[in-house]
Design a protein around this ligand. Structure first.
Ligand SMILES: [Zn+2]
Length: 193
C-alpha cells in the first residue's frame, strides 16, 4: 500500500496548528495591511511603518490592539467551525477548508482595511467616521467566510480528500484484513475498531 499519511485524520499536533493558524493570521493581517498602506501609499520605509503599527498597538487614542481583537471575530468563528471538521475529516480536507475560510474572510478584510487607511496616507484625509468601518468589517466578513467554507466542504467531498476505506489503517492505508494483533504492521498505529 502506498504511504499517504495526509489522508489520516489530523494528529493532535496538526489539529492545534490548524486551529491556531486562523487566529495568528487574524492578528497579523489587518496590522500588516495598515503597514503596507503606510509604506506604499505614504512612502514611509516598510521597517518604519511596521515599527509604527507595533508601537501604536497599545498607545492610547490608537487602540489598534483593541481593533485587532474585535477584528478576530470572523477568525474565531472559523476556528469554531474547524473544531468539528478537524475531528471528522482528513488532514488534507481540513487544510483546504481552513484555507478556504481564510480566503473568504481576507477577501473582505484586506480590501476594506485598505480603503479605510488609504485616504490617511494618500491624497485626502481620513474622516473621523471612517473608523466605524472597523466595527462592521469583522461582522460583514462572516458572510464570505461561510460562502468559502461551503465551497471548501463541497470540494473536499472528492475521493482525494476522503479517509481510507474500512479495514485499512487510517494512518497509512495498509490493508488490515486478517490482522489479529490490532496494530498496523506497517506504521504501528492501533487499528481503529
Ligand atoms: Zn498503518
Amino acid at each position: 500500500m502506498i504511504n499517504r499519511p495526509r489522508l489520516a485524520r489530523p494528529t493532535t499536533k496538526q489539529r492545534i496548528v490548524l486551529l491556531a493558524s486562523p487566529l495568528v493570521v487574524g492578528l497579523i493581517v489587518p496590522s500588516l495591511t495598515k503597514a503596507l498602506v503606510q509604506c506604499f501609499v505614504g512612502g514611509i520605509p516598510l521597517g518604519a511603518a511596521v515599527a509604527d503599527v507595533l508601537q501604536k498597538q497599545f498607545a492610547s487614542g490608537h487602540n489598534l490592539f483593541l481593533l485587532s481583537l474585535f477584528g478576530l471575530i470572523p477568525f474565531v468563528v472559523l476556528v469554531v467551525q474547524l473544531l468539528d471538521d478537524t475531528k471528522n475529516r482528513t488532514f488534507r480536507a481540513c487544510v483546504v477548508i481552513c484555507a478556504c475560510g481564510l480566503v473568504g474572510i481576507l477577501a473582505l478584510v484586506i480590501p476594506t482595511h485598505f480603503m479605510v487607511w488609504y485616504p490617511l496616507y494618500g491624497p485626502g484625509r481620513m474622516g473621523s467616521t471612517d473608523a466605524v468601518a472597523f466595527v462592521f468589517i469583522p461582522i460583514y466578513s462572516i458572510v464570505p467566510l461561510f460562502m468559502a467554507l461551503g465551497i471548501g466542504r463541497l470540494v473536499t467531498r472528492f475521493p482525494w480528500f476522503q479517509p481510507y476505506p474500512k479495514g485499512h489503517c487510517q494512518r497509512c492505508g495498509y490493508n488490515l484484513q486478517g490482522n489479529v494483533s490490532g496494530v498496523c504492521p506497517e506504521c504501528g498505529t492501533k487499528a481503529s475498531p
